[in-house]
Ligand binder design. Sequence first.
Ligand code: PEP
Ligand code: MG
Length: 952
Amino acid sequence: MAKQAKFVYYFGDGKAEGNGSMKELLGGKGANLAEMAGHTDLKLPVPPGFTISTEACTYFFTHSRKHPPELKQQVAAALKRAEGNVGRKFGDPKNPLLFSVRSGARSSMPGMMETVLNVGLTSRTIPGMILQTGGNERFVYDAYRRLIMMYSDVVMEKAAGVEPAEDQGIRRQLERILEAKKHEKGAASDTQLTAEDLKELCDKFRAKVKEVLGTPFPDDPEAQLWGGIGAVFSSWNGRRAISYRRIERIPDEWGTAVNVQTMVFGNMGDDCATGVAFTRNPGNGENKFYGEFLVNAQGEDVVAGIRTPAPINESSKSEHNAHEVSLEKAMPKVYKELDAIQKRLERHYRDMQDIEFTIERGKLYMLQCRVGKRNGPAAVRMAVDMVKERMIRPEDAVRRVTGSQLDECLHPVLDPKAEASAKPVAKGLPAGPGGATGTLVFTAADAVRFHREGKTVILVREETNPEDVEGMRAAEAILTARGGMTSHAALVARGWGKCCIVGASSLDVNLRKKELTVQGGKILREGDWVSLNGTRGLVYEGSLPMVTGADSNEHLAAFLSLCDKLRKLKVRTNADTPEDAARARSFGAEGIGLFRTEHMFYGKNSEQPLQKLRRMILSRTLEQRQKAIEELYPFVKSDIKATLEAMDGFPVTIRLLDPPLHEFVPSDDRQLEELARSIGMTLADAKKRSESLHETNPMMGHRGVRLGITYPEVTEMQIKAIFEATAECLEAKQKVFPEIMIPVVGLEAELKNQLDLVQKVHAEVCKAKGIKKIPHLVGTMIEIPRAALTAGQLAEHAEFFSFGTNDLTQMTFGFSRDDMGGFLPHYLEKRILPEDPFQSIDRTGVGELIQIGIERGRAARPGLKVGICGEHGGEPASVKFCHAVGMDYVSCSPFRVPIARLAAAQAVVEEAAKKSSKPAGKSAGRTAARSRMASVTMSNGTSRRRAKATAR
Ligand code: PEP
Ligand code: MG
């Protein structure tokens, strides 16, 4: 006979059929219960019970909500074993045993699925239970009314698919009866109700259940148990659970396990308690046992927040609960036992644990343990401390901290507690992390004006453009209704480490009236307070309190140096000003991967150079242009020189002018007239020239290298500035190293054309300075698909490649970086795209082009230096991709430098882990393209070597 499939796994009395590694089968809770109960190092006091596997859940959903035939008998056997262990029987009128029935998915889905407690209480077992508790009728009827409430809600209503009208759910109806009873008795809380009151309530509850749901509340323990099990399975496909899975990207097919565990009670009297604790402080990472508990209470009372919990020990006390008696003081013996257990648990799991316990008549029971959630600063501190304590290796430490946790350490954030109780009024894309609060302004000029008056302002725009930069600088944060993650606002804000939300499409911005209509139709006006969570893209009305993400703390520095020891990728920064460069250096940048020269024409101190540039742009003749260029030259040179100096010998990649020129010409008549006058032109002429610059599709228009080809004098001026600045620094014995980068190249001839100019100017400057050579490199951006495909030809001339993945993504998908806000949310919602390709590299398409570019480039020029300077260079998954395809460096905005350092280290550690766990030849049978990407995803050295060898 075929071996029966196993669906039920017992745990308790120092034994367990499962263990902690079986999360896929037993869910997180079940696996850890088994580990706590059965592992030889632990054997903790876990109330006995059993876990019904996720496979049973899958069966349930693939067989019209029927259980596998063998389940009944396996459950009965496990139940019997638990009964034998505690010496009581399920359904026994004399000495009954009660169970809890809880969900437990592979990864925790807090509050998303269902639980039923006190299963097994019926009219026949109630007297036995009263006897067992020494005549505590009050306790038993309280347990019974809780059972009726939970069961009717979870099993009889939700799992049965009953959809009550708003506020008419059975739980709400029963709560109203409870409230009425309390009112009648003048009771402030449930605890003031007597046994008689509760008994009466139970009768009323049962009658209400029958009346509302049409079936009686089951008075049979078996029916209750199986109803509970089915309901927990069904809750996997409940509305809340489904939406949570969408957000957290948890696959639908995982299913949940069900844990059936003997009940222990923390609410039988003053020698009982229940609590939640962490082996270290999850708020700051301090290595101190931390937690809360309630005397004479059930777990749900702690969660429901009806009573304020007391601190578990003296060191957990805060100003809010300092007057409460700690568990350490109230029950010293049990506390000592709990403290010893928490230490063992942390040592065993080698990570901070979140534990739930119950004390029943002075006896301690462990109900749950799992790896505890923690905030960013705590995650960093714990990782560093645990390495120092030799609990974990640096590789483990690096894997434990996420990019967003690290980010939290760098930016001020909204107080999470205040945020939890506030409701967002709009949602957009999280373009610049951190939090901000300020008053609304609608124009850049107002932002500057209010800022000068000492006000903190949030600049709201339909979308921003370069003319807004001054206002963006002055604003505390930026909010736009349109635009994506690489829109102007997003790029600029990220570069400055400024909080920013873009593409909040539900906002209606009325610039004329200076009004903003938010969700629900409410109108906010200039001067009204709003708060932004730029890490999550949430907008709130009013001023929420802020907390500083642990500023440049010692733990962070120690953690990043662990990362640096492991990583192979270098990390550079995209910096446009000497200040940005200096900040990035302080974050650990090892050079500048992108210095966008045009940024000197925006923002602080830009008035003069911008004026000269505009004059150059509007020039009609070469002579006029050359004159304007001469005037512009000193500004360009001093900007470049200051940036080279700030990087102290690290390479600085200076990109030649890229944006379409019309971006710099004022759009309103008054400003244009002023400009025309200042450069001796009529308004009509200036307008004509400005109109001639207008393009229908400027992103694919006259920009990048195309400017340098049509106006070689502009390229020459920039190159001269770079070489002269470098020569002057070298003369002054300063260490500097420029790398000249040509943007938007698609043709070999374009690159060649500009290189000839570089060589010519190099010779001229050397001659003028009386030197032989000025050290530098010349390279190209790869941001057009054709450039990636013809990388072999480009590498004949370029000494380095820098992938401009903003444009490369734009041109590979044909999605405009500035206009995709209109359809991206729909694409994400309908899962047409798994994520925003402007945030995280699309490995399949854009990634393939990058790989081709690297292969062909390095085939033509072995050792070709390759980096990335698109926004993806600071996004963890993309950084890992860059490592896998063998880039030399990533470059990102200053505030993302630490995140890139972490992701680069994680790439190495994950690669090693995959290598050691991957059986050979696993990818056979996939399509060629997929296996190629899979090998990159696996990211091992072999695939990189292969990338070099298979140049096409
Ligand atoms: C890019 O296209 O990826 C890039 C870095 O250039 P920019 O964003 O300035 O176009
Ligand atoms: Mg570009």
